[in-house]
Design a binder for this molecule. Sequence first.
Ligand code: SF4
Ligand code: SF4
Ligand code: SF4
Length: 376
Amino acid sequence: MDTIDEYLIKIEDFPKLLTTLLKEKVVSKIIGAKVRVDKKTQKEDRFTISPELYEKPEDISGFPLTNLIAYGYARTDSAAKFLHKSVNGALKEKVGLIARPCDTRGIIELVKIRQVNLDNLFIIAFEDRGMVINVSRQIKKMNDIDPTKVVKEKIGDKGLILKFEDGSTKEVGLDIAENCTRCVRKVPVVADLGISDLILPIDSDEIILKVYSTKGEELVEKSKINKKPLPDDMKTKDAEKLKEIREIALAKRAKDLEEWDKLSQEEKMIKLQACTMCGMCIRGCPVCYCVDCILTKKRKAKTINKETYQLTRIAHVADRCVECGNCDNNCPTHLPLSLYFQSLNDSFKEKFGYNAGESLEDIPFRSGKAISEMEL
Ligand code: SF4
Ligand code: SF4
Ligand code: SF4
């Protein structure tokens, strides 16, 4: 996306943008984030982030920004899914949200099927290397790390880096989710403001703020946030880093899909037998939007087998799949769901020139309008 301005701001000042959104009544609700509190110990678990709805400026005292960038929302939650499920797609009210690039792609697809009103949204989106999932569980197994001493996190070239309260830092050997390693769309497709930490060292107390829209520009001014123009050399470095990350993802995607394509249809079908019909992939999918899911009904009535269950789901969402990886990340039997979808998406791109989540102008190729325009 083209930027109007780019700044450096203090990470601790980020919540000012959110409180201004509510104070100035730009939106009536914000889909924000909170660190989950462990029920047993009543201690905060900084590695597990949940979406949280804010309606009053005074409710926003801080914001787990670096946590959200590094870990995303836990389990099946995502900003796009929460927007659709819990705020009715902002169809009738103004809503602010903090989104990943794949959330913005999901929003584009949900707008096309009239599940979201884009005009009612104020979007702050990340430039994204990807997220490391299930960190809380994995850190607990590491004897050399005290999770209570962690004060900051960042995704670097070798995965997750943690900063501790004594100022030391450590690469902990946890890499981004498999789907994210193949994601080549690391920037938002629609947003008012952008946030990036790609080129900033973990020691930095600053973050890059990108202004994409006049709405965003007005909000930054009204917030009176302290900001420094981003120097030109940092702009160049940021663009080069994005290019480098994208090229790595492109190469990984090509390699993985080449391997995937070597499998026969039968082998791909056999993999589906691992499906337990648990429904986690449906719960996490931002573009699975039916309130009354036919697959859930059939599963409960025991009138569907696992292959048909999963093949039907793939058929339902394939042309809308924005490759967020939420299904893949949550599948308890580790079915390579993102490979099924990414391989299909590449075929759709080749045959129909369609790339889900890219633009509001692209007409889904299974829509009545697209079919009526086809030369049969
Ligand atoms: S799928 Fe892409 S946009 Fe979504 S979290 Fe992963 S890297 Fe980010
Ligand atoms: S999450 Fe995995 S096991 Fe559960 S229904 Fe989806 S594909 Fe099947
Ligand atoms: S099918 Fe999977 S990868 Fe595609 S949008 Fe849904 S959850 Fe994301």
